[in-house]
Design a protein. Structure first.
Length: 318
């Protein structure tokens, strides 16, 4: 294996959008919305999650107990090291962000493959809604190689969806800065080095930690104190950053990723290898909280669609 290829594989299998806590908060925001607005849909989602939990020996499933909808949020990252790294490249889309020369042809940027986070979300949307042709999608074909049954597959991809919706809202999982310093792109902020702080030594890790607000790993399953704590955080983020109907009714998950490009100037407003300023941290922590709030609301609306009482074929992305 050549060194360049090995480094790309390493990035794909170790980079994580939002660390555990960011994903958990996203899922908790969705959970709280569903509990208040569509409890039957929440129950339907939890019932589907039980299918794989009762029929598989995947180690990460042991992290789920009383609150599986939220406890499963880190699942898609955890299984990368448990023989299920086939979906590692599904967690991001490297849309070029040009902060100098605006002509992309002047750079040597490799295009993403088809199976990026936005396209996988759309294929999971087809699968969970039962849309015609979902069996022919690449997501279905690849997932079914690793599970025992169609129901197990649906249970598996529901876990992926809960995670990937969060990924699509993490700015460093939807763009790559392209300029004279990084003519091939910065690999989703991974090459932007910073002094190590709270375990974050590059810009990608800073955003994984919700800009130093929610760093570290979460021990699972939850204790009741954990559950209460995440409830408080969910309420805080949702009240500070409400999401209107026009914001969550978007026609394509690529639009979610493009929202990150819109704040790229703030994300990259720092100096390489120097500590982030208090101003940067405060401003971008607000951005990060808003992205999580939006992700949670959009995830909740998707779950409402799949587990509606009519059981009709209903795609979220029309």
């Amino acid at each position: 294996m050549n060194k360049q290829f090995a480094s790309i594989v390493l990035l794909a299998t170790t980079a994580q959008a939002w660390w555990d806590k960011g994903h958990i908060i996203t899922a908790r925001v969705a959970y709280d919305i569903l509990e208040a607005e569509a409890p039957a849909a929440l129950e339907g989602a939890n019932t589907l999650l039980e299918v794989l939990a009762n029929d598989s020996d995947i180690k990460a499933l042991h992290d789920e107990n009383k609150y599986p909808f939220v406890e499963c949020a880190p699942f898609a990252d955890a299984i990368k090291g448990q023989g299920l790294a086939f979906q590692a490249n599904w967690h991001f889309v490297d849309t070029p962000y040009l902060d100098e020369d605006q002509d992309i042809s002047h750079y040597n940027v490799k295009e993403d493959g088809y199976m990026n986070v936005t396209n996988v979300i759309k294929e999971i949307d087809m699968w969970l809604s039962g849309a015609s042709g979902y069996e022919k999608t690449q997501t279905h074909e690849l997932v079914m190689q690793h599970v025992k049954s169609e129901d197990d597959g649906k249970s598996f991809v529901l876990r992926l969806l809960i995670h990937l919706v969060g990924d699509a809202h993490q700015p460093c999982h939807s763009m790559t800065r392209v300029d004279s310093k990084f003519p091939k792109g910065d690999r989703g902020c991974n090459f932007d080095r910073l002094p190590n702080k709270e375990g974050a030594s590059n810009l990608h890790a800073v955003w994984d930690s919700v800009v130093y607000e929610e760093g570290g790993r979460q021990k699972l399953p939850f204790t009741e104190d954990d559950w209460s704590n995440y409830g408080s955080i969910s309420k805080e983020f949702s009240s500070k950053h409400p999401v209107s109907e026009s914001d969550y009714k978007t026609a394509d998950p690529q639009a979610w990723a493009d929202e990150n490009i819109a704040i790229a100037a703030d994300i990259y407003d720092f100096t390489l290898n120097e500590p982030l300023t208090d101003e940067y941290i405060q401003k971008n922590r607000e951005h990060a909280e808003k992205r999580i709030s939006f992700a949670g609301r959009r995830l909740a609306e998707m779950i409402k669609t799949y587990f509606n009482s009519s059981n009709a074929e209903t795609l979220f992305f029309q």
